[in-house]
Design a protein around this ligand. Structure first.
Ligand code: GDD
Ligand code: MG
Length: 358
């Protein structure tokens, strides 16, 4: 049996305004809260018990877990103040039942990947490592934790969000999944903020602990910003990213009660949420329309997120935009990349009809 900790306490700042009401891991991705993809992947890898390390909007997780059966025991640990990634691991570990030498999987709560989870645990146990870190190569590693390794796969440094060019020593980054020997977690200080990336890993390396890296160049995505969020949803619907929680793949996914007009064109891995509506002639491409939202006639929605119950008016054009819950975008507005509309905002109609560039 393997136990796991899933870190889901972050504020999801870069996904605001969607995360004002819903914590990032509970945002719907391909029809279910993102966290369900991670929990069911862990379950299928043989994890029988998972502790959710919550903080921000913990009650949203609790309500959902209480009402669900995911085929795995889910325990919720809630920090009274956010303890950072390391502090959260230490706090959540109070709910683990394994012994000092047992392996504990730890997942960041916002990563979608095709990692061979079992293979990572096997590597950890075979090499008798203190910690094993899943690494993935990326083009621009600056927004992540850089993790150089030697020729034996032993981690030589951990450089979180490097700021100087000299620190860019590798393209392999911390992909947000670790295996810890339980006794290593027990040595993380309790009851205070600890960053596993800035304090625990560098500290372990300084004292000569065996920290191993396993590079896997398969599917990997951090759903930290709106564009990657829609990409993750799209990749799950289209079948490019693996998840047991997506039973069938297709060009789009329409949830129960969704109404899509016959002349509308929904494609590119889009999701149309429960009781959401897409009117005549509208085009929805590679986007996520949350439950109860509506897209007006002739609107064109691309790479965008339309929040719960939001209304996108006729002939509106969205490209890379985020519309907060309950917002109303009046007819003919054109909102491009990076635009975020806060929940409940009403945007007046545009009197002029813009000419589309196709
Ligand atoms: N419970 C709890 N408490 N969880 C937390 C806290 C906390 O105080 N702070 C952060 N988390 C959770 C977040 O919800 C997220 O799932 C995970 O810890 C990582 O935090 P992020 O805020 O998403 O960090 P990041 O994306 O900037 O960087 C991390 O992930 C990268 C890969 O996606 C680091 O681990 C990097 O090293 C890594 O490369
Ligand atoms: Mg993140």
């Amino acid at each position: 049996m393997t136990e796991a900790i899933l870190l889901v306490g972050g504020q999801g700042t870069r996904l605001r305004p969607l995360t004002i009401n819903t914590p990032k891991p509970m945002l719907p991705v391909a029809g279910v809260p993102f966290t369900v993809h991670q929990i069911t992947r862990a379950r299928d890898a043989g994890v029988t018990r998972i502790v959710l390390g919550t903080s921000y909007k913990a009650e949203v997780f609790r309500e959902f877990i209480d009402a669900s059966d995911l085929g795995i025991e889910v325990v919720i640990a809630t920090e009274s103040e956010p303890l950072g990634t390391g502090g959260a691991i230490r706090f959540a570990a109070e709910h683990l039942t394994g012994g000092a030498d047992d392996s504990v999987l730890v997942f960041n709560g916002d990563v979608l990947s095709g990692l061979d989870i079992r293979g990572l645990v096997d590597h950890h146990e075979r090499t008798r490592s203190d910690v094993t870190i899943y690494l993935t190569p990326v083009e621009d590693p600056r927004a992540f934790g850089l993790v150089p390794t030697d020729q034996h796969g032993r981690v030589t440094a951990f450089l979180e969000k490097p700021t100087t060019p000299e620190e860019i020593v590798t393209n392999n980054i911390n992909a947000g999944c670790y295996v810890f020997r339980r006794s290593v977690i027990d040595r993380i200080p309790a009851g205070r903020v600890v960053s596993v990336e800035r304090e625990t890993f560098p500290g372990l390396l300084a004292e000569g602990a065996l920290v191993s890296g396993v590079v896997d160049a398969g599917y990997w995505l951090d759903l930290g910003n709106p564009l990657s969020f829609v990409q993750g949803s799209r990749d799950l619907v289209l079948g490019h990213a693996p998840s047991p929680a997506v039973p069938q793949h297709g060009d789009f996914l329409a949830l129960a009660g969704a109404q899509i007009a016959e002349t509308a064109n929904v494609h590119g891995g889009s999701v149309i949420g429960r009781d959401a509506r897409v009117a005549e002639g509208a085009v929805v491409n590679g986007s996520v329309v949350f439950d109860g939202a509506s897209v007006g006639a002739g609107a064109r929605v691309r790479n965008s997120i339309v929040g719960l119950g939001a209304v996108v008016g006729e002939d509106v054009e969205l490209d890379g935009a985020v519309i907060g819950d309950g917002a109303v975008i009046g007819a003919r507005n054109e909102l491009r990349e990076g635009v975020r509309v806060w929940p409940g905002v009403h945007m007046a109609e545009c009197s002029v009809r813009f000419s589309s560039d196709g």
